[in-house]
Design a protein around this ligand. Structure first.
Ligand code: GTP
Ligand code: MG
Ligand code: ZN
Length: 293
């Protein structure tokens, strides 16, 4: 029997997965064994042990227990695991085309705060936006304490800065469609062709095209479409916890159960009026509280 070798799952299909073996550069297509239940199917970021057979055929032997998992609700209302073992959300927001949707960015950052994972703020398409727009957004998120990076993945600008910021993290790109997630993935070296398991006639079209690229010590996962990790219905106190700059002002409210929406003597509303809490952040707080997704 051939020895077991450790690998990272790059992308998955119905009964095969691309895996990246430790010490190898090019991912291999590996057969999955029939397993009980969908939840035991590997996802990008999973650590697996595989056997490489005499004919170079690769078979996944077992999936290691997961750390953190990212789940997304499907349109049918079920939940689907998107990726495993992620420790950082790389939020991607275009400065233009599509115009920045700060509520989505703030929701992703809030999600990371509540899940206690790291977050990076990446702005793309600086070539399509006024410099003033870029500077304002960068200083807004830097003041909140988030590491903020502007890249143009199309022209290859500041890709090294982003690579350094991701470093050894286990990162997932997130943001609405068209902001440049796949462009970043490619600019960092990820291969767009890996992930199309169906091209090889093994398994059906993948429903998720999430795929992983191994960096020096960490990895980066590209994921498709809208990646809004909805917070669902959330209590004001918990949401305040997810907005670092609201925590202190919220201790100055007259009512301990203040929602910070319309109460008198509210520390949060006072801080917005004084300008110490940015208006766009407060608008995001209100929107997430009043229109949960
Ligand atoms: N001008 C300009 N175009 C960019 C930049 N970054 C990405 N693009 C372009 O924006 C378009 C969308 O980029 P993608 O990388 O496919 O976006 P995505 O976030 O992966 O989109 P989904 O996969 O739909 O979620 C492509 O045509 C890119 O070439 C940039 O910094 N400047
Ligand atoms: Mg994409
Ligand atoms: Zn209040």
């Amino acid at each position: 029997m051939s020895e077991l070798r450790r690998a990272l799952v790059v992308s998955t299909g119905k009964n095969a997965a691309w895996v990246s073996l430790d010490g190898e550069i090019i991912p291999r297509l590996a057969q999955l064994r029939r397993q009980s239940g969908k939840r035991s199917m590997p996802v990008p970021g999973d650590v697996v042990f595989v056997r490489v057979l005499e004919d170079e055929k690769t078979v996944v032997d077992r999936v290691e227990p997961r750390g953190f998992t990212l789940e997304r609700r499907t349109i049918e209302g079920r939940s689907k695991i998107m990726a495993a073992n992620v420790d950082t959300l790389v939020t991607v927001t275009a400065l233009a085309d599509p115009p920045p949707r700060l509520v989505t960015l703030d929701q992703l950052l809030a999600f990371a705060e509540l899940e206690e994972i790291g977050a990076l703020v990446v702005f793309t398409k600086p070539d399509l936006a006024a410099g003033a727009v870029r500077d304002e957004l960068v200083s807004l998120y830097e003041r909140l304490g988030y590491q903020t990076i502007v890249v143009n993945p199309k022209a290859g600008e500041n890709i090294d800065g982003l690579r350094a910021a991701i470093g050894g993290r286990h990162a997932l790109l997130s943001g609405i469609s068209g902001v440049g997630k796949s462009s970043i993935f490619k600019a960092l070296g990820g291969d767009a062709s890996v992930g199309e398991v169906s091209r090889y006639g093994l398994g059906r079209q993948t429903t998720t095209a999430a795929r992983l690229y191994r960096l020096a010590d960490g990895f980066l996962i590209d994921s498709p479409g809208v990646n809004e990790f909805g917070l669902g219905k959330i209590e004001p106190a918990e949401l305040v916890r997810a907005f670092p700059e609201l925590r202190e002002p919220a201790t100055r409210c007259r009512f301990t159960d203040c929602t910070h929406l319309r109460e008198p003597d509210c520390g949060v509303q006072a801080a917005v009026a004084e300008g110490t809490v940015p208006e766009s952040r407060y608008a995001s707080y209100r929107k997430i509280l009043l229109e949960p997704v």
